[in-house]
Design a protein around this ligand. Structure first.
Ligand code: DQA
Length: 138
């Protein structure tokens, strides 16, 4: 089974960025743990701060993996183009957020992506990704 994680803008700063919200661990460290925990799953990871690159990555991942875990970060709340990409592909996408976007500012409560995702996981810290992996395995 192949799972591709796609992370959006500023998630390259995890561990340093607002640690009280996003935690103190870098995504690279977390990713190593995740791969170790799910050895039978081929998990890959891509991060970009650029909207178009995220769209191309979503398109390229389609049919090449069994599931996509997408944290579009702030683009979740703004990007119709990323939402359209998720809608355009056939591979299932799980929308993930580290923080509970419903318990924060109002502008974070709107997601353009959710309606095309098979599910949304938010608020469990980095563990949100693990929960998404578990859901795709099941
Ligand atoms: C985020 C939540 C977004 O509102 C924010 O812009 C992010 C990260 C999360 O994982 O909690 O960059 O997607």
């Amino acid at each position: 089974m192949k799972i591709h994680i796609i992370n959006g803008p500023n998630l390259n700063l995890l561990g340093k960025r607002e640690p009280e919200i996003y935690g103190k661990m870098s995504f690279n460290d977390y990713f190593t743990e995740l791969q170790f925990k799910y050895k039978s799953v081929e998990i890959s990871y891509f991060q970009s701060n650029i909207e178009g690159e995220l769209i191309s990555e979503i398109q390229e991942a389609d049919h090449n993996v069994d599931g996509i875990i997408l944290n579009a970060a702030a683009y979740t709340h703004t990007s119709i183009a990323i939402a359209d990409a998720v809608k355009a592909i056939e591979t299932p996408v799980i929308e993930v957020h580290i923080s509970n976007i419903y318990a924060r500012e109002d502008f974070r409560k709107k997601s353009y992506i959710s309606r095309s995702a098979i599910g949304v996981i938010a608020g469990f810290g980095l563990k949100s990704y693990e929960l998404a992996v578990e859901s795709l395995i099941e």
